[in-house]
Design a protein around this ligand. Structure first.
Ligand code: PEP
Ligand code: MG
Length: 598
């Protein structure tokens, strides 16, 4: 059964016409002019199931969980709308409050619960049935107020149904080629379904520039503006839109003057990109010939060709989450091996650092959702190595796939979200057990296993780095989570995006300490968070003694360009001055000055 929305919302939108400029967060660089494709998640395939009597309470609980998730989404939208100008904010705020109320004490909810209990319908069927019955009652009444109420109930019901069935809708697959995709929110799993080269750019109302959706946009080279709250008001599919992912600007229905100005900026951006590409084969070294390894972070196998085109000397972070996203099952050892071996072989003899699963927090996998639950605070919950050690069967399958893939090239294994030495000891035990099992099965696993290292992305790990050095063959600093957990700022929350500041002296000191400790303990170290891909920070890393940076493929050439203008001793001197400061704003000014001088 297909549930479709009524047309009333769209006619409401059509009232807003004319040019509008909307500010958001420039999350992925580039300027694109195209036609809007408004992501319509409203076509939902409802599976009807009769629930056995002993599972009814479970289904009612599922309904309530869906309600909680919907309310949470609406609250986030509401706080997001606070950034709008007063009249728009009030209008949207009232509407969202009304929606939240409909989810607390309403005919919709009572009707759904009744259907689950009495007619034994599964939750999503029950909700769709109530919506249909309310719509049927209202259908004969020609009154604009009643029509709008019916549309509101439908809107709330559809949101609830989407929460109940997860993000497995197909709307994304219908994005026309070259279109500007506009959505309330896109998840990292949604990003994994976009075809680079197909979507021109995208804009969302919710999302921060350091979250995973933004990272994936940069990885795929899709220009994007996130956190553009006002985008959800007054937009029609097919409108012309300009997206400037560099400045974080979106212009709806641009004037001729806009088209000329942004057309020129686009030309300049394309020319700068072409110039960068011409530097691909130059060595990545400073003016005084200090070599820096520039590696790439990848999210998806399709990126390997971009990695090579941009001259990376290896993959410094292969986020293995992609193998688990958009799947209703858990991929087994063989499936993971095939994926990983493909990537490792394409990289020939260049090193590939494969990270074990880091599902959790904002990165979700459908097949693990039930087991993990949402938890009161997912970012502090069952993430990374914690999940791997809870589900050793998953870890074993993954390590076996990685070990087998290592026979095709040069591999390292990286463990995320490590906090204690005991976690690394346990992972190493499993690693050896898996290697023994593979040897018994006749695989040609070498006596010395590929290096096993830890992500340093939680302050506790950075502060116990000497102890971790005893159990780790290498370290990779994850500045995204290190910043998030040190400053207690959710990296994907645009509400607090301004305070997400990697130049806070606490972060810089942690990175510096890890760098000194790695040198002391003779342990290879890289930086693989988003900071590593921002040329602004290159002199700092150089000055702190870092010699390996891993970043989105699109950042490799801009960082190389910056590096080639720097002198290592000058950077060391400047970094010492910066590390003496306590005020992030002053640090930012000093750093920009140093960059201007370079
Ligand atoms: C990080 O936290 O900096 C990192 C590289 O890992 P992820 O962004 O995948 O959490
Ligand atoms: Mg991380």
């Amino acid at each position: 059964m297909q549930v479709t929305p009524q047309q009333t919302d769209q006619s409401k939108d059509a009232l807003v016409t004319g040019r509008r400029m909307i500010a958001g967060l420039g999350a992925s660089g580039g300027i694109v002019i195209g036609r809007a494709f408004v992501l319509d998640r409203q076509y939902i395939h409802v599976i009807r199931q009769t629930i056995p009597a002993d599972r009814i309470e479970e289904e009612v609980s599922a309904l309530h969980r869906g309600v909680d998730d919907s309310i949470e989404q609406l609250r986030r939208l509401k706080s997001q709308s606070g950034a709008l100008e007063a009249s728009a904010s009030d209008e949207l705020g009232f509407l969202l409050d009304a929606y939240i109320q409909m989810l607390t004490q309403s005919r919709l909810l009572r009707g759904a619960e009744e259907r689950i209990r009495q007619q034994k319908m599964n939750a999503v069927w029950a909700v769709s049935d109530v919506i249909d019955s309310i719509a049927a009652q209202f259908s004969g009444i020609k009154d604009r107020y009643i029509a709008a109420r019916a549309a509101d109930i439908r809107e709330v019901g559809l949101r609830l149904m989407r929460c109940l069935i997860g993000e497995t809708d197909r709307a994304l697959d219908n994005t026309p080629s070259g279109a500007i995709l506009i959505a309330e929110e896109l998840s990292p799993a949604d990003m994994a379904r976009l075809q680079p080269g197909n979507v021109g750019a995208f804009v969302t109302a919710i999302g921060g520039a350091e979250g995973h959706t933004a990272i994936m946009a940069r990885a795929l080279g899709i220009p994007a503006v996130l956190g553009a709250a006002d985008i959800i008001r007054g937009l029609s599919g097919g409108d012309t839109v300009i997206v400037d992912g560099i400045r974080g600007e979106v212009i709806l229905r641009p004037t001729d003057a806009d088209l000329t100005l942004y057309g020129k900026r686009r030309e300049e951006w394309l020319a700068a990109r072409a110039k960068l590409l011409s530097q691909r084969d130059l060595p990545s070294e400073t003016r005084d010939k200090v070599q820096i390894d520039l590696h790439a972070n990848i999210e998806l196998p399709v990126e390997v060709s971009t990695v090579l085109q941009n001259g990376a000397s290896g993959i410094g972070l292969l986020r293995s989450e992609f193998m688990f996203m958009n799947k209703s099952y858990l991929p087994d050892e063989e499936e993971q091996y095939q994926e990983l071996a493909g990537i490792v072989s394409q990289m020939k003899d260049l090193p590939v650092t494969i990270r074990t699963l880091d599902i959790g927090g904002e990165k979700l996998a459908v097949a693990l959702q039930n087991e993990m639950g949402s938890g009161p605070n997912p970012a502090l919950g069952l993430r990374g190595v914690r999940l791997s050690l809870r589900r050793e069967d998953l870890l074993e399958a993954q390590l076996a796939a990685i070990l087998r893939a290592s026979l095709h090239g040069r591999v390292r294994v990286l463990v995320p979200m490590v906090v204690t030495v005991a976690e690394m000891v346990r992972v190493r035990q499993v690693y050896h057990r898996v290697a023994d099992r593979l040897r018994d099965q006749g695989h040609n696993i070498p006596p010395e296993l590929p290096p096993l290292g830890a992500m340093i992305e939680i302050p506790a790990a950075a502060l116990s780095i000497d102890a971790l050095a005893r159990e780790c063959d290498f370290f990779a600093i994850g500045t995204n989570d290190l910043t998030q957990y040190t400053l207690a700022i959710d990296r994907s929350d645009d509400q607090v995006a301004q305070s997400y500041d990697p130049l806070h002296p606490a972060i810089l000191r942690l990175i510096h300490e890890v760098s000194k400790a790695s040198k002391r303990n003779n342990i290879p170290l890289s930086v693989c968070g988003e900071m590593a891909g921002d040329p602004r920070y290159t002199p700092l890393f150089l000055g702190m003694g870092l010699r390996n940076l891993s970043m989105s493929p699109g950042s490799l050439l801009p960082v190389k360009q910056r590096l080639r203008r720097l002198d290592s001793r000058t950077s060391e001197y400047q970094t010492r001055q910066i590390l003496d400061q306590w005020d992030p704003a002053r640090i930012a000014v000093m750093l920009d000055d140093f960059n201007d001088l370079a």
